[in-house]
Design a protein around this ligand. Structure first.
Ligand SMILES: [Zn+2]
Ligand SMILES: [Zn+2]
Ligand SMILES: [Zn+2]
Length: 178
């Protein structure tokens, strides 16, 4: 399977339901990363590989110090700088995103390039949904152009309730009324 096919697949599967088979997400993300690093001639060293796997443990954002705690049992020589260097590499390769408002990281759903995105952060289940939001981002580009402002990066982060948490809460409320 080539990279393009994998990317298209991950794109379609954007933000799966809570009961989805997450091992599929992990396997896809890891194979995209391995193939990409091979094509680019960059090293997905064991520590970079491990950090990427740990980030992909869930669709929740992970903080650097939590990654350090998780990596110590397998690599007791790991220091904060080890984790930060691996994170920098993964960010550079477009394999993960920094969630600025949480100071944490999530795996990118369509790994490969650094790109702008809309991140929807659920305050209930803490999952982060990535959306390419082309209309929002092009409107934003126009606004920035009008202002003569050159952005270094564009990430829009919105905190709120995701679809499945909202339906769960609605169901609870309906039960309470009955
Ligand atoms: Zn998943
Ligand atoms: Zn992405
Ligand atoms: Zn949620």
């Amino acid at each position: 399977m080539n990279l393009i096919t994998l990317c298209k697949m991950t794109d379609k599967a954007i933000f799966p339901a809570p009961e989805h088979d997450h091992s599929v997400c992990i396997n896809k993300a890891i194979s995209v990363a391995e193939q990409l690093c091979l094509t680019r001639g960059v090293q997905l060293t064991p520590i970079r590989h491990k950090i990427l796997e740990l980030i992909w443990n869930s669709h929740k954002a992970v903080k650097a110090y939590d990654l350090l705690d998780q990596i110590r049992p397998v690599n007791d020589a790991a220091k904060p700088s080890t984790v930060y260097r691996a994170l920098d590499f993964l960010l550079e390769q477009g394999l993960i995103h920094r969630v600025e408002s949480l100071n944490a990281f999530v795996g990118c759903h369509c790994s490969g390039t650094q790109h702008d995105q809309l991140l929807l952060i659920c305050t209930e289940c803490h999952t982060v949904q990535e959306r390419s939001a082309p209309l929002v981002l092009s409107a934003l580009s126009k606004e920035l152009g009008d202002a003569g402002f050159v952005p270094q990066r564009k990430t829009i982060e919105i905190h709120g309730l995701c679809k499945s948490c909202r339906s769960a809460i609605n169901a609870l409320e309906e039960n309470a009324i009955q």
